[in-house]
Write a protein that binds this ligand. Structure first.
Ligand code: HEM
Length: 223
């Protein structure tokens, strides 16, 4: 009997192990939906998010990104080094937007505090901590994709001209697709075991939940 013929059959889609990025997209889809449905984001899409609330989000993001990016830049772990590139930094864009939109509108202390605490939860330098950090990076990097839509709503709502105040959602300009594709490639090329991939997904879950918490805190403090 020819036993080889079965092992040479091409694998069907369902038999193939999903890539890391496919797992992240599929397993965090509900988290993304929950985030989109928060009043903060609904108001944004309906053009009724008060400007101070958007500025408070940018201030919290700045605290969050400054700390997370420092962890990524300083990590000597080969997985982090294979994925992180300095041109992924969002801090200069956040500073530029805060300047245009007037940082004097103030920050939301609760949300800023949460942003600082999030970064503590990702500063565990064990391998598990670094894998969760990559999951967090996926969430933050992926937010630039929806940014192409969000940017248009912000421009209309706050009457922003020539992309002033929209640097964060414009980080990669016309090269967004190319950057995302390259990021997907670097993430998928990591030689991870299934358990290690689980930890990346766990980090993404955690980051989605924590971004939602920041938005809810801003909402509550402006009620
Ligand atoms: C009103 C709020 C939002 C809208 C309307 C929105 C919309 C979108 C859209 C349309 C995409 C898919 C783009 C594409 O496939 O080309 C996307 C992807 C994504 N968004 Fe959002 N988004 C919102 C908020 C956020 C926030 C706040 C975050 C996290 C900070 C986030 C994280 C992501 C991620 C990680 C992806 C990539 C999903 C994948 O793996 O393909 N989004 N978003």
């Amino acid at each position: 009997m020819n036993t080889q013929s079965t092992s040479l059959q091409p694998m069907t889609e369902s038999q193939r192990t999903p890539s890391l990025m496919a797992r992240l997209r599929d397993e965090t889809r509900d988290n993304h939906k929950a985030l989109e449905e928060l009043p903060f984001n609904r108001w944004l899409m309906e053009h009724r998010l008060p400007l101070p609330m958007y500025v408070q989000l940018l201030s919290s993001y700045k605290v969050l990104f400054e700390k997370l990016e420092r962890l990524l830049v300083n990590s000597s772990h080969p997985f982090v080094q294979a994925v992180w590139q300095d041109n992924m930094t969002k801090v200069p864009a956040l500073s530029a937007d805060l300047e245009v939109l007037s940082a004097t509108l103030g920050s939301c202390p609760e949300a800023t505090q949460s942003a600082a605490e999030i970064t503590q939860s990702f500063s565990d330098e064990s391998e598990g901590g670094l894998l969760r950090l990559l999951g967090a990076l996926y969430v933050l990097e992926g937010s630039t994709l929806g940014g192409t839509i969000i940017k248009k709503h912000l421009a209309t709502m706050y009457q922003l001209q020539h992309d002033a105040g929209l640097a964060y959602y414009n980080t990669y300009g016309p090269f967004l697709g190319r950057h995302w594709k390259a990021f997907v490639g670097r993430m998928n090329a990591l030689p991870l075991t299934e358990q290690q991939a689980d930890q990346v997904v766990e980090g993404a879950d955690q980051m989605f939940a924590q971004i939602g918490a920041i938005m809810e805190e801003i909402q509550a403090s402006n009620a």
